[in-house]
Design a protein around this ligand. Structure first.
Ligand SMILES: C[S@@+](CC[C@H](N)C(=O)[O-])C[C@H]1O[C@@H](n2cnc3c(N)ncnc32)[C@H](O)[C@@H]1O
Length: 195
């Protein structure tokens, strides 16, 4: 019978379920929240290049040795994430210029935009991810100072009732909002207010 070691070394880390088991060379991602270490590792790799497209000084630390090690086994992911990061930075900048007051980052992982982007202090930034990841990230970033206010919510976004409560609360206090949901194992409709 084929084992996980027999399958090709690919990271099926996006849009996967919480119990997904992905092979990444000698390392295994046991839970979808661990894919956040991989993307942080790729941002750390990009940040260390002499002509880096962006600098995320917190990425390598958040990825940890394991995240960096996994990222280095899949180097092609680094340029994909680098380009995606720059594009999304641009979208956020445009959205802020057009007047949004809230950013909702669903499946935020180890994203550190509130610490590395030039954001208005009045902006409210909401990060949603699995509770264990949110608690660990809170602890790791406790001494860092973000450019705007951050609210972190530990939640399984597949839980319709719980996410409805969170969205209602955020919707009630914001005028205009922008949301991102990269890599979440949830239906494609749920970023809409009625979802
Ligand atoms: C590939 S990572 C990307 C993280 C981040 N967006 C980035 O670009 O670095 C996917 C993230 O989505 C989160 N995620 C996936 N499904 C989720 C769910 N049902 N509820 C909460 N978070 C989820 C994972 O925990 C993980 O942090």
């Amino acid at each position: 019978m084929a084992t996980s070691r027999d399958r090709p070394a690919t990271a099926r880390h996006s849009a996967v379920g919480a119990d997904t088991h992905s092979d990444v060379g000698d390392e295994d991602i046991q839970h979808t929240s661990e894919s956040a270490l991989l993307t942080a590792g790729w941002r750390g790799m990009e940040s260390s290049r002499p002509d880096a497209l962006f600098h995320d000084p917190l990425a390598a630390g958040l990825a940890g040795e394991r995240g960096l090690r996994i990222a280095r086994t899949l180097p092609d992911g680094a340029w994909v994430v680098a380009i995606r990061t720059v594009l999304i930075d641009g979208f956020i900048g445009s959205a802020i210029s057009s007047g949004i007051d809230t950013v909702i980052n669903l499946g935020a992982g180890m994203d550190t935009r509130p610490y590395r982007m030039d954001l208005p202090a009045a902006l409210h930034w909401v990060e949603v991810d699995h509770r264990s990841l949110i608690e660990g990230k809170d602890a790791q970033l406790s001494t860092e100072v973000p450019a705007c206010s951050i609210e972190r919510v530990g939640l399984d976004l597949a839980d319709h009732v719980a996410r409805r409560e969170v969205f209602d609360r955020i919707w009630a206090r914001s005028r205009e909002r922008w949301s991102s949901r990269k890599g979440c194992s949830v239906p494609s409709t749920w970023t809409r207010p009625e979802a």
